[in-house]
Design a binder for this molecule. Structure first.
Ligand code: SME
Length: 158
């Protein structure tokens, strides 16, 4: 088993630069999707202390709650519903600076103020999404998009 996660300080970019090789190490040699998703959410939550970090996996044409860290959450989301369902439909990362201004936003936690959702695309199809919620407005930007998309690319899909 790997050592404890080393938590970095510094700029957001520096924090990601320290975290990504550690995530790569955690995933190395492990093929189980759920185990890898679980460690990705734990590593991101530990480093950044966001409100909620988790996956939804597409099963029978719905997003179904997967491994996550944070408060309990909605278990199923339809395509085009909320930020997650829109990310699935649009097949691209969505950054929402203020969730109250996003039509149809699904408030799983009343504490969530901003959000980023990254699609997991395999064989040209969205197979899951990574959702991250923050208690502060305007938390996520292009740096998060860039690094979270890199994290997602490390995930081997069975
Ligand atoms: N806010 C999301 C729902 C998922 S929770 O935030 C964990 C949405 O609007 O799709």
């Amino acid at each position: 088993m790997a050592d404890d996660l080393q938590i970095a300080s510094g700029t957001k970019q520096e924090q990601y630069e320290s975290l990504l090789p550690q995530i790569e190490g955690l995933l190395q040699g492990e093929k189980d999707l759920i185990a890898n998703m679980a460690n990705i959410t734990a590593a991101l939550k530990e480093q950044f202390n966001w409100l909620w970090v988790g996956f939804y996996i597409i099963k029978e044409n719905e997003l179904v709650l997967g491994p996550f860290q944070g408060p309990v959450a909605c278990t199923r989301i339809q395509k085009n519903r909320g930020v997650c369902g829109k990310c699935w439909a649009d097949e691209k990362t969505l950054i929402v600076p203020d969730v109250e201004k996003f039509p149809g936003h699904i408030a799983c936690s009343s504490l969530s103020r901003s959000e980023i959702v990254v699609p997991v695309i395999r064989n040209n199809q969205v197979v899951a999404i990574l959702d991250v919620d923050s208690v502060s407005l305007d938390t996520f930007d292009e740096t998060d998009r860039q690094y979270l998309e890199k994290v997602i690319s490390m995930l081997n899909w069975p």
